[in-house]
Design a protein around this ligand. Structure first.
Ligand SMILES: *Cc1c(COP(=O)(O)O)cnc(C)c1O
Ligand SMILES: [Zn+2]
Length: 403
């Protein structure tokens, strides 16, 4: 892809409008808000088209003009992106959708969509000369950043709650990250790092405290549109924790409109949360601009156990801005959805992805989703990364017997 370039023009604060230089390390705005990358979309539209993109390799770097890395030599890639958008014909028929699609991030390197954020975030960190980064993580983000950090030759310092999955712990450690466990929650891990990061001079790679992982995650939005022939579904359902993915998809949709690649009608974005951790759902019901801390949060869907997200106001803007909504599902509904997707369509999804499907079913049952609507569900990771979520008591038979 020589001759291509990034059309990033800078960083902007979505709260106060302050602008920052993207050629230097930046974290939060001085007002405390996350920063978002801005592009010269008019110039990009003259340089790249859907027809050109179609000819490129099937990774998220096919949208290179809309990604923040300036020098191609800094790209750190394991082949991430362009995951299947699998049609679910049986479940569409069963539940009365016009068409139902599952964007399957279970097959991406590291087994979760956190690879998208890590690929772009680590590449940009490399470009900025970062040697060490640190983050608190519930597991999947840390594992992905550890993998890309190893490939980039950047040291990863991770702090994880003891509840993090064994898969993510092992993956982080084997990739050479320094991993510290905490008898507490992700918020406690964040507290420890807020003291350690300035002491060591590490790059703070916490969710939305660096502006580039969202740029990786937004490519899910570009891919859904491209895979549907530059059309968008009526609804996109997303399992929201920190909310980076849904903020990113909303950003991608607006960029694609400005580029002239999709029409004026946006999909209604749906944030699905677990009943045991539903700060965005509570805020949405009140019509609020921000969420409140959700105490004693608990759910089998560990990746969406985020009691208060720093980008909550951006998630709510994405919902209000598209006529979308937020909905909560129980752990029983989540596990039921894992089984339904696997037994009907052969897709063993992670609990978070199952939550998104369960939320969509609930909205269909309430007729918020109309019969015949087209919907896409984000499955954010592979079910096989969560070997302890399901328990089957399988029958033994005598060695000389028959089954
Ligand atoms: C992190 C994570 C989520 C939530 O992602 P956000 O974009 O931060 O809301 C969902 N599913 C899985 C598997 C995750 O690891
Ligand atoms: Zn600001």
């Amino acid at each position: 892809m020589s001759g291509t370039r990034s059309f990033i023009s800078g960083l902007i604060c979505p709260k106060c409008g302050s602008r920052y230089d993207c050629r230097e390390v930046q974290h939060l705005c001085r007002c405390g808000s996350p920063l978002l990358a801005e592009y010269d979309l008019a110039a990009a539209a003259k340089s790249v088209t859907p027809e050109i993109i179609k000819t490129r390799p099937p990774t998220l770097w096919r949208y290179r003009e809309l990604l923040p890395v300036l020098d191609e030599a800094n790209i750190v890639s394991l082949g991430e992106g362009y995951t299947p958008l699998t049609e679910l014909p049986k479940l569409a028929l069963r539940h009365g959708f016009g068409a139902l699609y599952l964007k399957d991030e279970g097959v991406i390197p590291t087994g979760t969509f956190k690879a998208r954020g890590a690929a772009v975030g680590v590449s940009k960190a490399k470009e900025l000369g970062v040697r060490h980064f640190a983050m608190p993580t519930n597991g999947n983000a840390g594992a992905a950043w550890a993998a890309y950090g190893a490939r980039a030759g950047i040291a990863a310092h991770l702090v994880m709650p003891e509840g993090a999955t064994l898969a993510a712990r092992n993956e982080s450690a084997v990739c050479g990250a320094s991993v510290h466990m905490v008898k507490g929650l992700i918020s406690d891990c964040g507290g420890i790092l807020s003291r350690s990061i300035p002491a060591h001079g590490w790059y703070d790679a916490s969710t939305l405290k660096e502006p580039y992982r969202i740029e990786g995650k937004k490519t899910m939005g570009y891919e859904i549109a491209e895979q549907l022939g530059w059309r968008v579904p009526d609804i996109i359902a997303y399992p929201a924790g920190g909310g980076v993915g849904i903020i990113g998809i909303y950003k991608a949709l607006k960029e694609m409109q400005a580029l002239g690649w999709i029409g004026g009608k946006l999909p209604r974005l749906v944030a699905v949360q677990a009943e045991g951790c539903a700060p965005i759902v509570r805020a949405f019901r009140r019509g609020a601009a921000e969420s409140e801390f959700f105490p004693d949060s608990k759910t089998v869907a560990f990746g969406i156990n985020v009691p208060k997200a720093i980008g909550d106001f951006l998630v709510l803007q994405a919902l209000y801005g598209t006529g979308g909504c937020a909905v909560a599902v129980s752990d029983a509904e989540i596990l039921g959805a894992v089984s339904e997707l696997a037994s009907a369509e052969g897709l063993f999804v992670c609990p978070e992805g199952a939550a998104a499907f369960a939320g969509l079913k609930k909205l269909r049952a309430e007729n918020w989703v109309a019969a015949g609507d087209t919907a896409a569900v984000l499955n954010t990771g592979a079910g096989i990364k969560y070997p302890d979520t399901l328990r089957f008591d399988l029958p033994y038979c005598p060695v000389e017997g028959t089954v």
